[in-house]
Design a protein around this ligand. Structure first.
Ligand SMILES: O=C1N[C@]2(CO1)C[C@H](C(=O)N1CCC(COc3ccc(F)cc3Cl)CC1)C2
Length: 321
């Protein structure tokens, strides 16, 4: 009868999860169909793996976490759990070419793609929770993504937390000669790889270094010259943007960091217009402070969660009623 026909029609029309006949389902680099994974599709049609940490009650704010070069958003689970316990809705994705997302491993045609995709995910979550304040937390290259994302939408974020952000090049690795050679090589052999990220400089806690080395979702290959050029371009763009930054931020940096020079954080603190800004230096701290010695990691989580909760705007009177 007609009800059978209409129910068949309903299935065919509404069941959009079925790939059209003949198209193989898109799979993550690890072989998992994206239909089985939380994901967004970016403006270039690439699938980005997403994680969400949703509090049980009404969330008080949105927090986007931007991970760094060669890693993914999984290692931020403990940080995200702590924020979720404070009724914050935390979300993240693996950037293009990282972790469970599509894209050429740790390579990018233009650093702006990371910022565009972050804004796409942030806008999606804001559309679902239009009245919530938004924070960004970024580490290392994820700090550069966070800074440039907040610079594009200066009024959109109530606060930005930066853990050992990439703001300036490490002076040893960025001597004028090396920069010149990198630019020259970029024209001749852009996919030539330089050294890889030395994991021993990530943390003084060797268990954390071992976990990083054992994590197959991390990229352990060499850094392409072309990727290094994109990082340098992002550094140059930040040098131009920092003098006009006026949004609130918290900087956390170890003074024994050999991967992202602490001078970049000091420069951002000294040269930005922001009146609401805080910098906390961890004596002897290595690069991944949130994974450094247990007392440092704990201090970082306390510092970050306290700063964020203190920066959630008090509900206005009509909202409170
Ligand atoms: O826990 C974590 N932290 C991670 C991994 O796992 C560290 C990594 C991360 O993002 N960076 C560390 C390396 C640094 C290299 O920088 C350059 C290299 C060549 C070049 F030509 C120009 C630049 Cl700027 C970029 C930032 C994220």
């Amino acid at each position: 009868g007609s009800d059978v026909l209409s129910s068949l029609l309903r299935v065919s029309v509404t069941d959009s999860s079925m790939p059209e006949p003949g198209a193989a389902p898109r799979r993550s680099p690890q072989g998992v169909p994206y239909s089985d994974l939380p994901h967004i599709v970016n403006a270039d049609g690439l699938h980005l793996f997403c994680r969400y940490w949703e509090p049980t009650g009404q969330p008080r704010a949105l927090v986007f976490i931007a991970h760094g070069a060669g890693e993914h958003c999984g290692p931020y689970d403990e940080m995200a759990q702590r924020l979720k316990e404070l009724s914050l809705l935390v979300f993240a994705h693996d950037h293009v070419g990282h972790g469970q997302s599509e894209g050429d491993r740790m390579n990018i045609k233009d650093f702006q793609i990371y910022i565009r995709d972050s804004l796409q995910h942030i806008d999606l979550m804001k559309s679902r929770h239009p009245d919530l304040p938004v924070f960004i937390v970024g580490h290392s290259m994820g700090g550069a993504i966070s800074i440039l994302t907040a610079c594009e939408r200066p009024g959109d974020f109530v606060g930005v937390v930066l853990i050992a952000p990439l703001v300036q090049m490490n002076p040893e690795s960025a001597t004028p000669f090396k920069v010149f050679m990198a630019k020259l090589l970029n024209h001749m052999l852009p996919s030539l790889t330089m050294g890889s990220i030395e994991s021993k400089w990530l943390s003084r806690d060797k268990r954390q270094v071992e976990a990083y080395d054992a994590d197959e979702l991390n990229y352990h290959g060499g850094m392409r010259v072309s990727f290094g050029m994109q990082l340098m371009a992002a550094v140059e763009r930040m040098q131009r943007e920092i003098p006009s930054i006026s949004w609130p931020f918290l900087l956390l940096h170890g003074d024994a960091d050999k991967l992202c020079d602490i001078r970049g954080s000091r420069m951002m603190y000294d040269n930005s217009l922001s009146t609401d800004k805080k910098i906390k230096i961890y004596e002897g701290g290595y690069h991944a402070l949130h994974h450094d010695l247990p007392e440092v990691a704990e201090s970082v989580l306390k510092e970050l969660t306290t700063w964020i909760t203190e920066h959630i705007p008090a509900a206005t009177s009509q909202e409170a009623q």
